[in-house]
Design a protein around this ligand. Structure first.
Ligand SMILES: Nc1ncnc2c1ncn2[C@@H]1O[C@H](COP(=O)(O)OP(=O)(O)O)[C@@H](O)[C@H]1O
Ligand SMILES: [Mg+2]
Length: 393
């Protein structure tokens, strides 16, 4: 069928034409901001899940919901090679621009801009990025200590007070939280705690790999009570079918039941795989309804695309020794495996291969669900590894 009209959206953070199976998480977010806006106690949401499961598109949808509710919003993605303080500085700049346009109390806005400038100066941001954008003098003694927890806390309190006065709110959505670094996260969590104690509508919500809950608790022990940690998993029940049928239905195209069941086997509910397989089946089909026969023809092409775009680039990032480590994991199980078993397969002592494990964790290819265990961050990675030519350990 016409590839120009193909509605599917495989990609990283590419909004799907139909966001299936996440109504509970959308409702939870709407409740969160509505409660925060009237000063009720809240637990900011944090999403945790594997790559390709749909965390980023949920964050983006949350952002739209907040914007529709009239909130000021900013979205950032933590990176191991970036300074979170500077990224927060950018987010604050973004939010203050929105606030400057909409708030009635311009005196408050002026003060917020001065506090924002203090924060930016303390992050070491260059004047062109921060100070000049506001064209104001920093407010001495507020948000300028150089300690993230204090500075972000003071800034969010000022922002939250101003937002409350205007009967609105402000929110920063922080993706890839696990990459922010322990020191930064500790500051971030401390600042969230402070704003939460005062019941102000200035929130930080986030998303990260399955380790995100533990990473946050290690940063501050009270983090697990502070945040509402939600696991984002594969789509369940009818949701996978809906992710496929709704976008096509809007264009008058249907699927046969056996096509949908073939998709279920191929994608296992993982949104990135769903979008890829549905996209290829659409292109292959000559006419609707799209059948299991179309899916059969399309799936080798879809799998080849997945190898090239999803699995191989990750595999290629690993060193030869790290690859051997992953092959050993894949030979043991689809799911989490004990690091002691991996070492055994490699005929090495555990301490001898911990450097490979750490390397893979740093590259975001594996994570440690618990002490002594490792698992892939990417669904179906073990099957991909096993499909490669046999590997010598
Ligand atoms: N609920 C959903 N329904 C349909 N497609 C989805 C859904 N969530 C995500 N997708 C699709 O899955 C892919 C991966 O989403 P993304 O948010 O980048 O995942 P993550 O951030 O968890 O790695 C994108 O192509 C997106 O369009
Ligand atoms: Mg993402």
């Amino acid at each position: 069928m016409d590839p120009i009209l193909n509605p599917y959206s495989p990609g990283a953070g590419t909004p799907p034409p139909f966001l299936a199976g996440r109504d509970d998480l959308l409702a939870a977010f709407s409740t969160l901001i509505a409660r925060a806006q009237i000063g009720n106690p809240v637990q900011p949401l944090v999403l945790s899940g594997l790559r390709g499961v749909g965390k980023t598109v949920l964050l983006l949808r949350w952002r739209s919901l907040a914007a529709e509710a009239g909130w000021a919003t900013a979205h950032i993605e933590a990176r191991t090679d970036a300074d979170l303080r500077q990224q927060l500085g950018d987010a604050i700049t973004d939010i203050l621009r929105q606030v400057s346009r909409h708030y009635r109390n311009q005196e408050r806005v002026e003060r917020l801009r001065r506090v924002g400038a203090s924060f930016l100066r303390a992050t070491g941001a260059t004047v062109t990025r921060g100070g000049l954008a506001f064209n104001v003098q920093p407010e001495p003694g507020v948000a300028d200590s150089g300690t993230l927890e204090t500075d972000l806390g003071e800034l969010l309190v000022e922002l939250g007070q101003a937002a409350r006065e205007e009967r609105t709110g402000a929110i920063i959505l922080l993706d890839e939280l696990q990459d922010a670094g322990a020191g930064m996260l500790s500051g971030l969590v401390g600042a969230c705690h402070r704003i939460n104690q005062q019941g102000l509508p200035a929130l930080i919500v986030g998303a990260g790999l399955p380790t995100v809950g533990r990473v946050l608790s290690e940063a501050k022990s009270y983090a697990e009570r502070l945040f509402d940690l939600r696991t984002v998993g594969p789509l369940e029940g009818d949701a996978q079918d809906q992710a496929i049928t709704e976008p096509a239905g809007a264009l008058g195209v249907t699927f046969s039941p056996d096509a949908l069941s073939a998709f279920r086997d191929l994608a296992g509910g993982y949104p990135f795989f769903i979008q890829t397989h549905a996209k290829f089946a659409w292109d292959v089909a000559v006419d609707g309804p799209i059948t299991a026969g179309d899916v059969d023809v399309a799936s080798p092409r879809a799998n080849e695309q997945l190898r090239r775009s999803f699995f191989s680039p990750r595999y290629d990032r690993a060193t030869p020794a790290e690859r051997r480590y992953m092959h050993a994991m894949a030979s043991l199980s689809e799911h989490q495996v004990a690091t002691s078993d991996v070492a055994r397969v490699l005929s090495r002592r555990q301490s001898d291969v911990s450097v490979q494990r750490d390397g893979l964790i740093n590259k975001g290819l594996v994570y440690a669900p618990e002490r002594g265990l490792v698992a892939f961050t990417v669904p179906h990675m073990a099957a991909f590894l096993r499909s490669l030519p046999t590997h010598e350990f």
